[in-house]
Design a protein around this ligand. Structure first.
Ligand code: NAD
Ligand code: AKB
Length: 312
């Protein structure tokens, strides 16, 4: 049985991941941590700043965990606004978490991102192994982070595993300042106001995925037979390649009067244009059986239903 410490547990991924992990491994075997304090006092939770390596190590020791899932980070748009702070958190927090894993002999997971790719990367069917020259601080952090995780595996034998997530779409917790956030906002605005003004321009394609598929992928990868893993940090995975108008079309099947307009934000648009249109997930399929369930239509139906339950 695993005992898992999750950093950044109150964020978009963490808030759902801890529930999924508790269902899978039991309430007592999941320790949520975040720099913010939690309002939910029914679960094991510790306030912990990942830039404080000693505190992180003490928390891991206190709960005798065997796995760390390190999620605390600044996302692409926020990181671009405060790049020095992003380096401090995204790299400083990561090296602290890896050191805890090395010292306590823990299995280790951290997400990378499609943001690790750059303008020189092939845009269609982006291969698992390809040119990576990102032009954002977030992307620089993610490429350096992937290399650092591989280094800890080869140099110290830490069982590090990672996924290059696309933009994640969910209804439980709002996203924390990324370029793909529009793909969540569009559903909330569709339900509340029948309209959305997109800060990402028409015909700008990026990879996306519904949260249940993203969570299932973490568990599958962490439980995969290590002998089958040719790659480790980090695997391309995607299930949807979409531009704003594709979300508009999918939403109009349920809300025919939905209106989509554009007011492009040059900063986030530039980031989006530097990322792939659609990445190739075949290494994840071959090495650990990645198999997404949701496409844009089934995701849209579920998102609209769940958001309506919240607001209508
Ligand atoms: P988020 O912004 O929603 O959550 C991050 C959490 O980290 C927040 O709860 C925040 O309070 C916490 N945090 C911030 N500073 C901290 C610190 N110093 N110590 C401890 N906690 C701190 O982010 P997310 O979307 O859940 O992303 C989690 C990870 O997944 C990140 O590495 C991100 O780059 C990666 N990722 C996310 C997406 C996505 O679409 N959500 C896509 C690709 C990769
Ligand atoms: C972002 O837009 O920053 C994230 C990501 C794809 O990494 N959603």
């Amino acid at each position: 049985m695993k005992k898992i410490l999750v950093t950044g547990a109150l964020g978009q991924i963490g808030s759902e991941l801890i529930t999924t992990l508790r269902d899978q491994y039991g309430d007592d075997n999941v320790i949520g941590t975040d720099i913010r304090s939690s309002e939910d006092d029914t679960c094991i939770f510790e306030t912990c700043d990942v830039t404080d390596g000693k505190a992180l190590c003490e928390t891991a020791k206190k709960h005798n965990v065997d796995t760390i899932m390190h999620l605390a980070a600044l996302l692409s748009a926020k990181a671009e606004a405060i790049p020095q702070k992003a380096w401090e958190l995204n790299m400083g927090g990561l090296v602290n978490a890896l050191e805890v894993a090395r010292e306590l002999d823990l299995q280790f997971f951290t997400p990378s991102s499609i943001g690790a790719f750059g303008p020189q990367t092939p845009k269609q069917d982006t291969p698992q192994d390809t040119i990576m020259r990102p032009t954002t601080m977030y992307g620089v952090n993610k490429v350096a982070g992937e290399l650092l995780c591989d280094y800890y595996y080869h140099r110290f034998g830490v069982d590090t595993r990672g996924i290059r997530y696309p933009g994640l779409i969910s209804y439980k917790t709002l996203p924390g300042g990324g370029t793909t956030d529009y793909a969540v906002e569009i559903y909330y605005e569709a339900v509340k106001n029948n309209r959305y003004t997109s800060y990402i321009g028409a015909n700008t394609y990026m990879d996306m995925m519904y949260m249940p598929d993203a969570l299932k992928a973490i568990i599958q990868l962490m439980e995969a037979d290590p002998d089958k893993l040719v790659h480790r940090n980090a695997f391309n995975i995607s299930s949807i390649s979409a531009a704003p108008e594709d979300f508009g079309e999918a939403i109009r099947k349920y809300i025919p009067e939905f209106n989509l307009s554009y007011d492009v934000d040059p900063v986030r648009q530039k980031i989006a244009e530097s990322w792939p249109d659609s990445i190739d997930s075949s290494a994840a399929k071959e090495e650990w059986g990645f198999e997404p369930e949701y496409d844009i239509d089934s995701m849209t139906s579920d998102m609209l239903e769940k958001i309506k339950e919240k607001y209508v």
